[in-house]
Design a protein around this ligand. Structure first.
Ligand code: GTP
Ligand code: MG
Length: 344
């Protein structure tokens, strides 16, 4: 694949060793290569998410997404082997490793993580973080890989108040579950917001931008000029203002704990005194040091939150050459001062 012009994507399955080779073959600048393992218990939506990320990269060319897998995978209805795909846009390449979620296949996850620069931990609000999720997370933590979380909310666009409770409550429960069961500090970057009366999904709150994202979810890149909204972003509906403010305050406090510039700006001017650029820099540092676990809500099958995740991976996780992808040791858990705060 030739790098540098337009959006190119190639999808292939290969051994995990091929992922490392693909990451090191040198046909894109080293700064632009990332290898990302999609990790999570079986059925959480990793393969669907890989497909969505590939579709996003390929959107200008309408290239295909994930392949059908091996016959035995189709027979079992699950991923049995690590599959490697390459999503390349301009000089930025993301090698995606769609791993196996079944607990018996955890050694394959470890193999994938060994060559990864980052991991996406996929979980669902319906299951929460159960024992199987914890075992998957332990592999991610043991590998010492920077991680982000994608809370895959099935049928998000169809959400409505039902016997199982308000959908906003299920997302909040998922956050508490991440903190309580994994000991990670979740920092929500994109949260679903719902109509307070009907429970219908309205869109994603872009927490750092303080805006509503209905369809295309942008993140960090190409910030809007003063007084303008970036494409795809709208003013928050009144029903989402308070929860957006609560998420933002929590994010700023968490990032202030790991970044002196954010702390200084926060002490001087409060939550609104911290610039988007300072938050973006702090977020990169926090992800690389695994001080926080950024959380994006979405739906893999519906493509919701996928652009935000793609931007987060490309903008905020280290690439090969940034000290990522080499031998790692498990770091001691960093000190934590902030606690999870959810709104709604
Ligand atoms: N409605 C809905 N269904 C989804 C979503 N994401 C995944 N699914 C479905 O959930 C099922 C499991 O998804 P997969 O992507 O195969 O899950 P996985 O994590 O790869 O599972 P393993 O390969 O067994 O580890 C499939 O039937 C998907 O179509 C979603 O966002 N919404
Ligand atoms: Mg799968």
């Amino acid at each position: 694949m030739k790098a540098g012009h337009g959006a190119e994507v190639a999808a292939s399955t290969a051994s995990t060793a091929s992922a490392a080779a693909a990451a090191a073959d040198g046909d894109v600048g080293a700064v632009g290569i990332r290898t990302v393992a999609l990790a999570g218990k079986d059925g959480c939506g990793k393969t669907a998410l890989a497909s969505a990320l590939l579709a996003l990269a390929a959107s200008k060319r309408n290239a295909k997404g994930v392949d059908g897998g091996a016959p035995e995978e189709a027979a079992h209805g699950m991923t049995l082997y690590n599959h490697v795909y390459c999503a390349q846009v301009d000089d930025h390449r993301v090698n995606l490793i769609d791993t196996c979620g079944h607990i018996d296949r955890l050694p394959l996850l470890a193999t994938a993580l060994a060559v990864s620069t980052a991991s996406v931990f996929v979980t669902t609000p319906t299951v929460g973080v159960d024992g199987a999720c914890k075992r998957v997370w332990e592999r991610v933590a043991d590998a010492g890989v920077p991680a982000v979380a994608f809370v895959n909310c099935f049928r998000l666009s169809e959400s409505a108040v039902e016997a199982g409770g308000h959908p906003a409550g299920r997302f909040a429960a998922a956050l508490h579950s991440i903190e309580a069961s994994l000991g990670q500090l979740p920092v929500v970057l994109f949260a679903p917001t719902f109509d307070p009366d009907t429970g219908a999904f309205v869109g994603l709150i872009d927490v750092l931008a303080g805006a509503l994202c209905r369809d295309a979810c942008r993140f960090l890149s190409a910030p809007a000029a003063d007084g303008e909204r970036a494409d795809g972003l709208e003013p928050l509906p009144p029903s989402a203002v308070a929860e957006a403010a609560a998420y933002r305050e929590h994010a700023v406090e968490a990032l202030a704990d790991v970044d002196d510039a954010v702390m200084g700006a926060y002490l001087d001017g409060g939550v609104d005194g911290v610039s988007a650029a300072a938050l973006a820099t702090a977020l990169r540092t926090a992800v690389a040091s695994r001080s926080v676990l950024p959380v994006i809500a979405g739906s893999a099958a519906e493509g919701i939150g996928v652009r935000a995740l793609d931007d987060l991976l490309r903008d905020c996780t280290p690439a090969f050459g940034d000290g990522a992808g080499g031998p790692r040791t498990r770091a001691a858990a960093p000190p934590r001062r902030a606690t999870t705060r959810t709104a709604g």
